[in-house]
Design a protein around this ligand. Structure first.
Ligand SMILES: [Zn+2]
Ligand SMILES: [Zn+2]
Length: 341
């Protein structure tokens, strides 16, 4: 058995290499990767624009696989179980690890992002407590567990209550999944902003009744009370961060879910002057993951509509290029790593 993976060798350069095939230790499982999603942060890394994810790694942190080997202490899964992975590898002993917030572990490593090779490879060894059985969730839909958990975490980081009126900026995968979670959590009104009509239409189809607007048509009168109760920023560029700051009602929360550039020109003056609470949201913990999986199992909206393209494993570089070149036609793209189709 030979392991192969797509190494991000340099900016815009992916190379298929033989990667190590590691024997699982007593608490690990070895997975055969089945499907892996391409995330916005993979694209940022590919372009050399991600502040923390750099070349020298096999990307891919959104994936499902089959357990083909397991260590002697592993109890939560059996051989041949199909699982989704939670890619955060944490130290377990730092302040946040011991206070329920291991997503911000002092020594955080993220599979497919920082040190450990990710899901754009055939096989991967992973600690067994980082895999969850997908049970009856169809596999392609299960690939959405990771980005949906990001959305769940962002909403749970906020002061959101059912009945709130919210503004979501950006209708990429994270913005749309945040919108879906807010929609299913009984937000009274959701105003979703994006520049691409296609993305707004997809959101409208999935969540009937939400208001979708282009930035130039955003208007405070869309809200009952001088502006939204909460703002979710899901893009991470100065323009959209400033849009969030500008439209947040005085005294409310802005949840920053997009990954900004290292240096920002955000208008911090208004954060101070309007007592806005600017809150970061990073990844998720197990609770968020289990909520996401359960939502996917319930299937209250057509999650599959997010997956616009599936590429075979040998076409990973093509997939990256196509997403960047045809932004308005591509949404969530998954790689058929095992060759199921
Ligand atoms: Zn992701
Ligand atoms: Zn830690």
């Amino acid at each position: 058995m030979k392991n192969m993976g797509w190494l991000l060798k340099d900016i815009k350069k992916l190379e298929l290499i033989e990667t190590p095939l590691e024997k699982p230790k007593e608490n690990d499982v070895l997975l055969e990767v089945i499907y892996a999603g391409i995330c916005g942060s993979d694209l940022h890394a590919y372009l050399g624009e991600h502040p923390f994810v750099k070349p020298g790694i096999v990307l891919g942190h959104e994936f499902v696989g089959k357990v083909i080997e397991k260590g002697e202490n592993v109890r939560n899964v059996d051989l041949n179980d199909v699982v989704v992975i939670e890619p955060s590898l944490t130290c377990g002993i730092c302040y946040n690890c011991t206070h329920g917030r291991y997503n911000i572990c002092k020594n955080l490593d993220v599979i497919g992002c920082t040190k450990t090779n990710g899901g754009f490879q055939k096989y991967i060894k992973i600690p067994s407590h980082k895999v969850y059985k997908v049970n009856e969730v169809p596999l392609k839909r299960a690939v959405l567990t990771e980005p949906l958990a990001v959305a769940v975490h962002g909403v749970r980081r906020s002061s959101f209550k059912p009945g709130d009126e919210v503004l979501v900026i950006g209708s990429g995968p994270i913005g749309l999944l945040t919108t879906i979670f807010l929609y299913l959590s009984s937000a009274k009104k959701i105003v979703l902003v994006d520049v691409l009509d296609k993305r707004l239409n997809l959101a409208k189809n999935l969540c009937p009744g939400i208001i979708t607007v282009k930035p130039e048509n955003l208007n405070l009168s869309l809200f009952t009370q001088e502006g939204p109760d909460l703002v979710f920023e899901c893009v991470g560029v100065d323009q959209t961060i400033n849009l969030a700051i500008e439209y947040a009602r005085k005294g409310t929360d802005i949840i920053l879910m997009g990954v900004p550039k290292e240096i920002s020109m955000a208008k911090l003056i208004y954060i101070q002057d309007r007592e806005l609470n600017l809150k970061g949201s990073l990844m998720y913990t197990k609770d968020d993951y289990l909520i996401a999986l359960e939502l996917l199992r319930k299937n209250q909206v057509n999650y599959e509509a997010l997956i616009t393209h599936i590429y075979p494993f040998d076409k990973v570089p093509q997939a990256f290029e196509d997403i960047l070149n045809y932004k308005d036609q591509y949404f969530k793209v998954i790689i058929d790593v095992k060759g199921e189709n």
